[in-house]
Design a protein around this ligand. Structure first.
Ligand code: AMP
Ligand code: MG
Length: 497
């Protein structure tokens, strides 16, 4: 039988971002990674890209994914961007440790970019080593796929390659390279960069590139830039509504970490909350709590304001006209956020209809959770067990310090359910598709990291498999649903990565 070999350039290369040339991209060769070892291949994503598991086991694949060989027909690229970090203008940043290694078309004909994170220094490394440590690479690899499985817009992760190469952070660690995948890695900071440099031509070129690739329906329209910015702002607001309703904290919401496609991007000191606290700060380097859980929606809006400021010249030749249009676009954020977040809270409570007092019902529950340090994920998952005609389940009641207040909330919740004629079983099934059982808690990630650092990636593989089906109760996997044991040492995450 004749073996059906893929053509040599499969999947097809489609170098649209690379075609922009200077000043947007520069060719940069990755640095060789010694003794690379493939720790994980994301077979589901690979299949979407036309890259199968057999390919992933080949020496040629490992070389490409470690940065030791180029993708046929593509020269690796770094791009330049700037940004606001922790509320202050940070000037030029750029891809200091990320290299675009291919642009390919997936099975649906959609252009996908492959980027290696940690493949060595670039002209934008600002004296740093261009590497990423195994610890933070595992966190990014696991979390981006966990978010995808939860239904949150995010960059994806195809492979995790480890190396014994020493990398110095607070202590000596070892290097790893993640291959990230997204339709585009353009950030708000790319636009801020060209605005600061007074390059209105570059702003327009970049916007038109993104419109052609991701919003072809807007191409050629005279008001395409304003309409496209409206899409960017709405996408950003929707992403943050997902974060809030999953108890996810990003940790470093700088404008250089904000994707123009509204994808969760740059997983560093992120965290899913265990016990609910509105003012929870997941990043121990964020001393002022700028990026606390409850601040995230406002920060998203602030970042959109920075993007609009940068894009003013695209909106109107007259400054007053441009400002007026920017204000109208800015208003899209609040409206989209409010609509999306309320729709998601309602879905989490199993409500199909919208009633005026729904927001108050959600806020009362969150206040009760906070007062009792109830686990956010498990607290919401448990609501599916409340029956319209029964008292609050005793098991859940026990988690609340003020059981009477929880009973009163439950009574109001049941009344609200009765008002729309809710059916317990159908509602529970719906709720279990929006209230996950498994999220990437810090202690779970840390257990996989500790084991992988001693050379065993079995826990990483197990955890990735559990997180790929976050809404399904999985036999024998109960411990992956649990918060850290009481008194267990807190896993500290900061900017060092
Ligand atoms: P981050 O805080 O990870 O979003 O990174 C902010 C900026 O610092 C970006 O320009 C990164 O490319 C750059 N950067 C972070 N870590 C490194 C590193 N180890 N080597 C080179 N550049 C880095
Ligand atoms: Mg970043």
């Amino acid at each position: 039988m004749l073996a059906t070999l893929p053509p040599p350039l499969w999947p097809p290369v489609q170098a649209r971002f690379a075609a922009l040339g200077a000043p947007f991209v520069q060719e940069v060769a990755p640095s060789p990674l010694p003794l690379p070892r493939l720790l994980h291949f994301n077979a589901a994503l690979g299949a979407e890209l036309g890259l199968d598991a057999a390919w992933s086991r080949s020496a040629a694949a490992l070389d490409r994914l470690a940065g030791n060989a180029a993708w046929p027909g593509y020269a690796p690229l770094a791009s330049v961007y700037s940004g606001h970090q922790f509320g202050r203008w940070a000037g030029r940043l750029g891809d200091g440790r990320a290299l675009l290694i291919a642009e390919i078309r997936n099975g649906h004909g959609q252009g996908m970019e492959l980027q290696l994170k940690g493949a060595g220094p670039t002209p934008y490394s600002r004296g740093a080593d261009g590497r990423a440590v195994l610890r933070s690479s595992i966190r990014e690899y696991l979390c981006s796929e966990a978010m995808h499985a939860l239904g949150v817009p995010t960059t994806r992760a195809l492979t995790l390659v480890a190396s014994p190469l020493p990398v110095i952070r607070e202590s000596v660690e070892t290097a790893a390279v993640v291959c990230r995948v997204a339709p585009s890695f353009v950030r708000f900071g790319h636009f801020e960069h060209y605005a600061q440099a007074g390059r209105v031509d570059a702003l327009a070129t970049l916007a038109d590139h993104l419109i052609a690739a991701h919003h072809p329906e807007l191409a050629g329209a005279p008001d395409r830039h304003a309409r496209w910015l409206g899409e960017v702002i709405a996408g950003t607001a929707r992403m943050i509504a997902y974060w809030q309703t999953l108890g996810f904290c990003h940790g470093v919401m700088n404008t250089d970490n904000f994707s123009i496609l509204g994808l969760t991007l740059d997983y560093g000191p992120f965290g899913f909350m265990d016990a609910f606290r509105a003012h929870h700060v997941c990043n121990h380097s964020d001393h002022e709590g700028r990026y606390a859980y409850q601040a995230q929606p406002e920060i998203g809006q602030w970042n959109c304001a920075r993007l609009l400021e940068a894009c003013l010249p695209l909106l109107d030749g007259e400054p007053d006209g441009a400002r007026e249009k920017a204000q109208a676009l800015h208003a899209i954020y609040r409206e989209t956020y409010n609509d999306t977040v309320m729709a998601r809270w309602r879905a989490k409570l199993g409500l199909r209809e919208a009633r005026e007092r729904d927001a108050a019902l959600v806020n009362r529950l969150l206040a009760l959770m906070q007062a009792s340090r109830r686990d956010f994920t498990l607290g919401f998952r448990a609501l599916a067990k409340i029956a319209v005609h029964d008292d609050a389940p005793a098991q859940e009641r026990e988690h609340y310090a003020d059981a009477g207040a929880f009973d009163r909330w439950t009574q109001d919740y049941r009344e609200r359910l009765r008002a729309e004629g809710a059916d317990d079983d159908a509602r529970a099934a719906r709720m279990n598709r929006v209230n996950p059982l498994y999220v990437l808690r810090n202690h779970l990630a840390q257990a996989a990291i500790d084991q992988a650092q001693s050379g065993d990636s079995a826990e990483l593989t197990r955890l990735a498999a559990v997180l790929a089906r976050p809404y399904d109760e999985q036999a024998g996997m109960q411990r992956y649903a649990l918060p850290p044991a009481p008194g267990a040492p807190c896993v500290d995450v900061g900017c060092s990565s």
